[in-house]
Design a binder for this molecule. Structure first.
Ligand SMILES: [Mg+2]
Length: 272
């Protein structure tokens, strides 16, 4: 089974919100007199406008976006966002989610390929993975600037399958990008939702996605998206996950369950 992982909100917290963006708006604010909130509105607005125009790769090019906004506000010095990421790879700004390191260490002992499928450029994501000591668990990292696509575009999900055929499971926290995108690309979607209510989390893994409350949780997930309007074809039915987990460690029992199902299918297929 091929496992592809979203990073932010699943594996790690990146340093953008608490370190990189405050540093950027501090610089631009000195020149422009605008507040952090006012400058962030312009930065996010530029990213959303790129997404709206279908420029999915450029929408995640924070160096380009930040320098464009800075220039428009009269700040002329180049801002090196990737360098700011590296500077802020410190315990105040980044962390790995609970159970990530031990779960990845266990999965590394299995034959399943472990790949990253992230919308963050490699120069922003790899330093964080390295600082957290978990980069080595992954067999490959797929990013928009290298592959020319971004989630939720199905082509981005299909790319790794060229090299890693077989059942594809994608694990992510964002309903539109990770779950709807994986579904559209024919992968099995696994939603990690840390706030999963106990009424669902208390159920066996194979029953959770069928819970009647799931469709409203998925609808809320769609509404939370930064730019849901950029994906008019998303529906709640099309964005329902195949499986739901509350913690990263639940991947291990879930994979055992899926492996059992797959083995049964193989047994049936090779039977008399
Ligand atoms: Mg995410």
């Amino acid at each position: 089974m091929l496992l592809t992982f979203d990073l932010d909100g699943v594996v790690m917290k990146n340093p953008f919100s608490t370190g990189v963006f405050p540093a950027v708006t501090g610089l631009i604010g000195q020149a422009s007199g605008l507040s952090h909130g006012e400058i962030m509105k312009l930065i996010i607005g530029e990213a959303k406008s790129r997404m709206g125009l279908g420029n999915m790769v450029a929408a995640y090019d924070w160096d380009d976006i930040v320098n464009l906004v800075a220039g428009s506000l009269g700040y002329r010095e180049p801002i090196d966002v990737a360098a700011l990421v590296r500077q802020h790879c410190t315990p105040e700004h980044i962390f790995a989610y609970p159970e990530v390191a031990e779960t990845l260490a266990h999965l590394k002992t299995t034959p399943h390929p472990l790949l990253v499928l992230t919308n963050g450029f490699r120069k922003y994501q790899l330093p964080v993975l390295e600082a957290l000591g978990i980069a080595g668990f992954f067999d490959a990292i797929y990013t928009p600037e290298v592959n020319g696509r971004a989630k939720p575009e199905p082509e981005f999900f299909l790319e790794p399958r060229v090299h890693y055929p077989g059942l594809h499971l994608h694990i992510g926290d964002t309903i539109i990008h990770d779950i709807w995108g994986a579904n559209e690309a024919g992968a099995k979607s696994i939603w990690i939702y840390h706030d999963l209510p106990e009424s669902i989390a208390g159920l066996p893994l194979k029953e959770r996605a069928e819970h009647p409350m799931m469709s409203s949780l998925v609808a809320e997930g769609i509404a939370r998206d930064l730019n849901a309007a950029a994906y008019p074809s998303v529906t709640v039915a099309g964005a329902m996950p195949d499986y739901v987990i509350k913690t990263f460690g639940e991947l291990i029992p879930l994979l055992s369950l899926l492996q059992m199902c797959e083995n049964r299918q193989i047994d049936r297929g090779s039977g008399p």
